[in-house]
Design a protein around this ligand. Structure first.
Ligand code: ZN
Length: 313
């Protein structure tokens, strides 16, 4: 009895098969560039193939998609997938595979994966914050996925933290992800570089302050560079600003920090914890809020998607 989870990405499509609450197989295929029905065909073949490979009958498929998912399991908005908006993912896959299909936002799936089988296993109130090019989010409250009235919950990267801040592709100004994502880190680092406060970071970027990106800060940080630590301290303040807003609204036990920036590990998490303690009203009155590194890596979304249809292990 295998449940399959699929993480549909802009370039790759990752599938995992789970039997008795454990991942027993995984496979990865290219995401078809033409989008549309080809996406459904590719996902259906991936799910059937991976279940067959582990020798178990397929009982259900969960799919994590990079966009907004409607109540009917269709995709409503997917900026990074060609010809995918409006695609009836749940209905199309159920018709092809003849098993129940659940569809959720990819970061929501990652949050569910971390809560079911990852670093937040057993915690009931958890928010996953994926710090990548933007910020992805998934919210678990009282042991259940928080989806909201339209199933659009978890778009935490678009909380406005500075109404006069830089424009965001979503149409607002000063969204949290303009400041607290990998691109936000790049902006902070370029400001520091132009002010002469990022010598090693500029070296790593090839000597030009304008070409500094977040990854150059990460590299300098790994070397123990003091100026990189200062940039990270400023960055952590912005991350903690959003976490503080989320803590005021949801009162979680833990934040799970994932996404590309988590390669910095404690060098990033420790300043975030310190900034959160300084910013969050009533911090000392609460039980400590854990700020944890995601444990499932790039598989979190696919594992969480499989858990959507596997039931609670
Ligand atoms: Zn935005």
């Amino acid at each position: 009895m295998a449940s399959v989870g699929i993480d549909l990405g802009g370039t790759k499509c990752l599938g995992v098969a789970m039997v008795d609450g454990a991942v027993v197989a995984e496979d990865r295929v290219e995401t078809p560039k033409e989008g549309g029905e080809a996406l459904l065909e590719t996902m259906a073949e991936l799910a059937a193939g991976i279940a067959a490979a582990c020798g178990s009958p397929l009982t259900g498929v969960g799919v994590g998609v990079p966009g907004l998912v409607a109540l009917d399991g269709g995709l409503r908005l997917a900026p990074n997938l060609r010809n995918a908006a409006g695609l009836a993912v749940r209905a199309g896959l159920e018709r092809r595979l003849g098993v129940p299909v659940e569809v959720d936002n990819d970061a929501t799936c990652a949050a569910w994966g971390e809560q079911q089988l990852g670093v937040a296993q057993g915690l009931s109130d958890v928010i996953l914050v994926a710090l990548g090019t933007g910020i992805g989010g998934g919210i678990v409250t009282q042991g259940r996925i928080h989806r909201g009235a339209n199933r659009f919950a978890g778009e935490i990267g678009h909380m406005v933290v500075d109404p006069s801040g830089p424009p965001c592709p979503c149409g607002q100004r000063g969204c949290w992800e303009r400041f607290a994502s990998g691109s936000g880190l790049g902006n902070l680092a370029r400001e520091a570089a132009v002010a002469g406060r990022a010598t090693r970071i500029v070296d790593l970027a090839g000597g030009d302050a304008e070409t500094v990106r977040g990854e150059h800060v990460t590299l300098a940080l790994a070397e123990g560079d003091a100026e990189a630590e200062q940039v990270i301290a400023d960055f952590a303040w912005w991350v903690a600003l959003g976490l503080s807003n989320l803590a005021n609204a949801f009162d979680p036990e833990a934040f799970v920090i994932g996404g590309g920036l988590i390669v910095s590990g404690e060098a990033l998490l420790a300043p975030i914890r310190a900034a959160l303690a300084a910013q969050l009203p009533g911090f000392s009155l609460r039980r400590p809020i854990a700020v944890l590194p995601a444990a499932l890596g790039l598989s979190a979304g696919a594992i969480g998607a499989a858990c959507l249809v596997a039931g609670a292990p």
